[in-house]
Design a protein around this ligand. Structure first.
Ligand SMILES: O=C(O)CCC(=O)C(=O)O
Ligand SMILES: [Fe+2]
Length: 391
């Protein structure tokens, strides 16, 4: 999912950038998870500063075991070597739950201001959650469901390896969210109102991404400037490319080279909204590599499907509100925040709408009741690009 600040009116993130400020960082901080046990006040201070003033961080010494990371780095890229017919069988158009394979689509042209083209393939999956939707239930309950996996004999160990990775990152995401909450002067559980107790109504999502590289000499884009729609994004850079870039608050693009043993974490639009922009979603992009393909794995955490983003007011202490106000002042932006109408809708409805708009083929096959609403003239000839979609 992407909320492209350049072409999506929903994003509102084309924040006017001020002149040189102290927020003009050129490096992304590394936050050491171990400090959360050995020196929690320092950990929370560093986390708060990174979250409010930067919006990107590396998380080092985290809880996902090294062997789980090593295995997923080795295994995940193999998906793309499957024969085309095996990948086609797993195409997202075969999944009611928007899992599966999306191939490079040369018509996926956007970001016209930058003259970029997005060029990447992806394998989308989620945890082993059963679909509980039954006739008469809200359609958004179909968002939950098993991913599409390659047959075991074609890629032995693939499903288990990716699910093991997924489960570890999901677990980390809940722990990390509690620390984010504490760093903002709230109780560890304060953000839990956006989740459900047993986490069964959440559907974090994961993508394995392959950026094949530009071959035509044109300025290529793996993925153009965008902010994520997620709550928080946990990114594992599998290869050594230095083509991920984030935009600092002054508008400069800063490289985020891979660092062994870390995740890159960035803030998504959902977290921006529920914190009323105390934590701003952060623009980033991936340039097309010129040599061998780049691989990465992105995990997007999410809120419960029956949560309304506008439904809860977090009670931030004055020092946090002051940090936000100081940031906004330096940037010369208004501190005002207003929810949009759809922030009063159930998150499941909003997410489903975005996905149906991005994937007409899934809409037609699996959501026949909703299809005419979004496609009154039938299925468009050219696929709508995935860039307008939120995770
Ligand atoms: O591949 C990456 O490093 C970043 C991917 C990304 O930003 C996204 O899929 O939203
Ligand atoms: Fe992203």
């Amino acid at each position: 999912m992407h909320d492209n600040k350049l072409d999506n009116p929903e994003s509102g993130t084309a924040t006017p950038r001020g002149p040189d400020t102290k927020l003009d960082y050129h490096e992304i901080p590394v936050i050491d998870w171990r400090l959360s046990e050995t020196d929690k006040p320092r950990f929370l201070r560093e986390l708060r500063d990174a979250m409010i003033n930067i919006g990107f961080l590396y998380l080092g010494n985290h809880t996902v075991p090294k062997d789980v990371i090593d295995r997923v780095k080795e295994m995940a890229p193999k998906f793309f070597d499957l024969p085309p017919e095996a990948k086609d069988a797993l195409d997202m158009k075969n999944s009611a739950h928007f899992h599966g394979y999306l191939k490079v689509d040369p018509s996926n042209t956007n970001d016209t201001d930058y003259n970029y083209r997005d060029i990447r393939e992806q394998f989308n999956f989620g945890g082993a959650r059963e679909c509980h939707w039954r006739d008469g239930d809200p359609e958004y309950l179909k968002l939950h469901g098993e991913a599409l996996w390659p047959p075991e004999e074609l890629l032995p160990g693939f499903r288990d390896t990716l699910l093991a990775y997924y489960n570890h990152v999901e677990d980390l995401s809940y722990k990390f969210t509690q620390l984010v909450s504490e760093s903002l002067g709230l109780s560890p559980e304060a953000l839990d109102v956006f989740f459900d107790e047993d986490h069964q109504k959440l559907q974090p999502r994961c993508k394995v991404l392959r950026y094949p590289g530009s071959t035509d000499g044109k300025l290529g884009s793996g993925i153009g400037a965008h902010v994520d729609g997620s709550f928080l994004t946990y990114l594992l850079q599998v290869t050594d490319h230095r083509t991920l870039e984030v935009q600092n608050l002054s508008g400069d693009w800063i490289p985020v080279p891979p660092k062994d043993g870390t995740f890159v974490i960035n803030l998504g639009k959902t977290l921006e909204k529920v914190t009323r922009r105390v934590l701003p979603a952060t623009p980033h992009r991936v340039l097309a590599p010129t040599g061998p393909p780049r691989f990465s794995i992105a995990f997007f955490s999410s809120v419960g499907l029956d949560v309304k983003l506008a439904g809860h007011d977090l009670d931030f202490p004055p020092e946090v509100l002051n940090m936000k106000a100081a940031r906004d002042k330096k940037l010369g932006v208004s501190g005002e925040f207003a929810f949009s109408e759809k922030d009063n809708e159930l998150s499941g409805e909003v997410v489903l709408t975005r996905k149906l708009r991005s994937h007409a083929d899934v809409a037609e096959k699996f959501y026949p009741k909703l299809f005419p609403k979004y496609y009154p003239n039938g299925r468009p000839e050219k696929p709508v690009t995935g860039r307008k979609e939120f995770k």
